[in-house]
Design a protein around this ligand. Structure first.
Ligand code: AMP
Ligand code: GLY
Length: 428
């Protein structure tokens, strides 16, 4: 069997790592991949958004199953084109990926399906948006409806700020086309949880939930980023909570998508806000694995778990499971380049010790390899460093110790990934 992973970030390296562990004999390809995926398989020099070239490569290399990592190729219809070419693919259709690529659509699906989410309204007209903002309590959250690579959500303390953000987005000056439609939402308080579920549109297997750290700096301060670290498991996750998320969020959304003629398959990521009383409300859906959540979750799934992805892709999934339990704990720390997320500096040479111990997995993201073998920073999030342990406190120590041993000019990271969990556990 040969498998293609589309994408070139830390998430895709983690997918390749898990696939390689489970099926070492499979031919593994990544497009475009990164220096990490190159150690596990063959990188194809094709951009993740070049849909036609990807389809051609799948046929040329006779690749049986394609696993699509990032949102952009899903939103561009890569899964549909591969299906049309008779190939198995893990990832939703373009129509189903609208759950992520249009926040306005996601809100509409949630409204129809009765899924708990913040009160909101969708606007393309500035005057109407301003009237809504005037009439609602601060703080307010203004969201570009389209894909904006993590930059599309602004939490506004004051109405005047919300008005300014709405104006800039709707005018197209903030985020281009992605902001021509906006969602204005009530501010929700609580703790965030990323619940990822595998699905073929009917069956649902919930993976161990993780918690992301979106802010750049320690103590959850500084600008929003794609994610500076994640850990798993999260003790907020009770069996009761997962049953509730299944019943109140995942099942109704899948039913509604099927009813709309856009059945959903792949991984459905619900970004939840848990109110202080534990009630989950949906902040967003993603149509893919989270990054860096994948780098924490995948290494602690039981060996063989990637078979679920392959079986879903092949339309042969017959599982009776409801959840997959984690085998250990994982803490993933992102090492970013100086200047991330605004203007990451590129080019720094990375000193990456070859042996960081048996409980460390380093996933490449924004790295490049020179002809002489030097690894250099080549993007905002450079490496994800996953520490494994029997509990989150041990995993956090392992991750941070490994991060201390990896050196590059401008290395920017948070030493406090999993702080909420450590606080809950009363750990030092
Ligand atoms: P989203 O892409 O919609 O998940 O938003 C990105 C981040 O903005 C989330 O992870 C939250 O930290 C924050 N956020 C989004 N919506 C809200 C909301 N209604 N209330 C509070 N924070 C929010
Ligand atoms: N870490 C959040 C995301 O992948 O969207």
């Amino acid at each position: 069997m040969s498998i293609l992973v589309v994408g070139g970030g830390g998430r895709e390296h983690a997918l390749c790592w898990a696939l390689h562990r489970d099926t070492p004999d499979a031919g593994l390809f990544a497009a475009p991949g990164n220096p990490g995926t190159a150690t596990l398989g063959t990188n194809l020099p094709i951009a993740a958004t070049d849909v036609d070239a990807l389809v051609a490569a799948v046929i040329q290399h006779d690749i049986e199953v394609t696993i699509i990592g990032p949102e952009a190729p899903l939103a561009a219809g890569l899964a549909d084109k591969l299906h049309d070419a008779g190939r198995a693919v893990f990832g939703p259709s373009q129509a189903a990926a609208r759950l992520e690529s249009s926040k306005a659509y996601a809100k509409e699906v949630m409204r129809r399906a009765g899924v708990p989410t913040g009160a909101s309204e969708t606007f393309t007209d500035l005057a109407a948006a301003l009237a809504y903002i005037e009439a609602h309590a601060e703080p307010l959250v203004v969201k570009a409806s389209g894909l904006a690579a993590g930059k599309g959500v602004v939490v506004c303390a004051a109405r005047a700020e919300a008005a300014d953000v709405a104006r800039a987005m709707l005018a197209g000056s903030a985020l281009g086309e992605a902001g021509r439609e906006i969602v204005v939402e009530e501010f929700l308080e609580g703790e965030e949880l990323s619940v990822l579920a595998l699905t073929d549109g009917e069956r649902i297997v919930i993976l161990p939930p993780a918690q992301d750290h979106k802010r750049l700096s320690e103590g959850d301060t500084g600008p929003n980023t794609g994610g500076m670290g994640a850990y798993c498991p999260v003790t907020l996750t009770t069996d009761e909570l997962l049953a509730r998320v299944r019943r109140d969020v995942l099942e109704p959304v899948l039913r509604e998508m099927a009813a709309q003629g856009a059945p959903y398959e792949g991984v459905l990521y619900a970004g939840l806000m848990l109110a202080p009383d534990g009630t989950p409300k949906v902040l967003e859906f993603n149509c893919r694995f989270g990054d860096p959540e994948a780098q924490a979750i995948l290494p602690i799934l039981p060996k063989g778990a990637t078979k679920h992805l392959i079986d879903i892709a092949r339309g042969r999934w017959r599982t009776k499971r409801q959840v997959i339990a984690p085998t250990r704990a994982a803490v993933t720390t992102v090492l970013a380049a100086r200047g991330y997320p605004e203007k990451p500096e590129k080019g720094a040479a990375i000193r990456l010790p070859s042996d960081l111990g048996p409980n460390v997995v380093v996933f490449h993201a924004g790295t490049a390899r020179d002809a002489d073998g030097t690894i250099r920073a080549a993007g905002g999030r450079v490496l994800s460093v996953t520490g494994l342990g029997s509990g989150v406190a041990a995993a956090a120590r392992v991750s941070r110790a490994a991060c201390d041993k990896i050196a590059f000019e401008g290395k920017t990271w948070r030493r406090d990934i999993a702080w909420r969990e450590l606080q809950r556990a009363g750990a030092p």
